[in-house]
Design a protein around this ligand. Structure first.
Ligand SMILES: [Zn+2]
Length: 147
């Protein structure tokens, strides 16, 4: 997958979430999980993200990428193993072909860190005195993993 298109999908997904929020907010960091088996280059992704977010609602936001290894499960050996990407997609013990990927195809937003602007100004209660650095867990999946 090309990092440029991937970044477009990412920004669209974040924008949908951003526009659905009841209050204006400033996105600080977008945390992304990228599986090794997606063949997405984190460095290229960061570059594309920085370029494509210029002059947008995401200007100044950081992309934080966490890579997950390719892990497959061998039903014969009943064990997990790590295939060698590009070299060998088979169980190192019994040589069964890789058919059950347990990790490594993820491509999803783990969470979004943001600060709220003018938050709680109109709120009837003043429970939220320091709205900065609020974190929000999301489970926005860009590409469904087909495990
Ligand atoms: Zn095996």
């Amino acid at each position: 997958m090309h990092e440029t298109d991937m970044t477009k999908a990412l920004i669209l997904t974040v924008r949908e979430w951003y526009e659905s929020q009841p209050q204006p907010l400033q996105i600080d960091t977008v945390h992304l999980v990228v599986g090794k088996f997606t063949c997405v280059e984190p460095a290229s992704l960061e570059f594309a993200f920085a370029a494509q977010t210029q002059q947008t609602f995401l200007q100044g936001a950081t992309l934080a990428i966490r890579e997950t290894p390719l892990i497959a499960y061998c039903h014969t050996c009943r064990a997990n193993y790590r295939p060698e990407i590009g070299l060998r997609y088979a169980c190192p013990t019994c040589n069964s072909p890789m058919d059950d990927i347990r990790s490594g195809r993820e491509l999803k937003i783990e969470r979004i860190e943001y600060s709220q602007q003018d938050a709680a100004r109109d709120a009837p209660d003043a429970l939220h005195d320091s709205p900065q650095a609020t974190q929000n867990k999301t489970a926005l999946t860009l590409v469904p993993s087909q495990s």
